[in-house]
Design a protein around this ligand. Structure first.
Ligand SMILES: Cc1ncc(COP(=O)(O)O)c(C=O)c1O
Length: 280
């Protein structure tokens, strides 16, 4: 596998990351996952805008965000993924510090940039049949709008979900459904698609933006509006959204069926429209 590391493309085995890297010591960095369809990166511009914002918010400078597109493109080509279902992972950390100290000195740091592309099996059966999700308290920090590397709360929640036979953990903060451990969440209530408003409690997902614009195009009533946990009992449909998850129907939450227990009409309509957008 050919990867990118600090300005060079090389076999993955040759990458040498310092134990003093603040990504390793503090999870001090950010990342993006970009989907490629038929060798073409999907919504790369939006990913560049999002990583620029994350970098600015966590005060990492010196990254040539413009170059990330050609790096991602080259990784797809070098690894022969042009006609495969693939995604690119890009990670930026604050870089290597001499001694471990919480505070950083911005002047002396040079960010570490690592990226790889890999092929994956699309979850076609899960898209068709839907998945189970479980509700969990949202114990994450309150800057979920930053795509930070510190994902321990997400990791543990998803692990617990998987151990209980579910696909995803859906977080609830103060009675309000925020998002999944690695996905955004939406529900259809009284024919209207609702998803948590943008802000510091959710990641502004790129798939979520595509879905909201598809709702507009298809005249599906929709609103960025809080969904209370108590309303989930009445949801006609639920979905989780993400770059590799795409639009995944949620047909069971905890021990309760959602709607009929099958993917609903709004979900199916959005899934079909999404495939057109990505060129499938
Ligand atoms: C917490 C969280 N919410 C939402 C998403 C979905 O974002 P996107 O559609 O940009 O992949 C992700 C993706 O990794 C995520 O980690």
């Amino acid at each position: 596998m050919i990867v990118y590391f600090n300005g060079r493309f090389m076999p993955k085995e040759e990458v040498k990351i310092s134990p003093d890297d603040r990504g390793f010591l503090f999870a001090d960095g950010t990342y993006e996952v970009i989907r490629s369809y038929n060798g073409k990166l999907f919504r790369m511009e939006d990913h560049k805008i999002r990583i620029s914002r994350s970098l600015e918010q966590i005060r990492i400078s010196g990254v040539n965000v413009g170059s990330l597109e050609s790096i991602a493109d080259k990784l797809i080509k070098e690894n022969h993924l042009e006609d495969k279902d693939a995604s690119v992972y890009i990670q930026v950390t604050r870089g290597v510090a001499g001694i471990r100290s919480h505070a950083f000195s911005a002047e002396n740091m040079s960010p570490t940039v690592y990226a790889y592309a890999h092929g994956f099996q699309i979850p076609a059966e899960k898209w068709a049949k839907g998945v189970k999700a479980v509700i969990m308290p949202d114990i994450r920090w309150s800057r979920c709008d930053i795509k930070g590397l510190g994902l321990q709360a997400n990791v543990l929640a998803n692990q617990q979900a998987k151990e209980s036979g579910a696909e995803e953990a859906i977080f609830v903060r103060n009675g309000v459904v925020t998002e999944g451990s690695h996905t955004n969440f939406c529900a259809v209530l009284n024919g209207e698609l609702l998803t948590h408003p943008d802000g510091n409690y959710i990641l502004p997902g790129i798939t979520r933006t595509v879905v909201l614009s598809l709702c507009k195009k298809l005249n599906i009533p929709h609103r960025e509006y809080p969904i209370f946990e108590s309303q989930l009992n009445d949801a006609e449909e639920c979905m989780i959204l993400g770059t590799t998850t795409e639009i995944m129907p949620v047909v069971q939450i905890n021990d309760r069926k959602v709607g009929t227990g099958k993917p609903g009409p709004v979900t199916v309509k959005l899934q079909q429209a999404f495939q057109e957008v990505v060129g499938n």
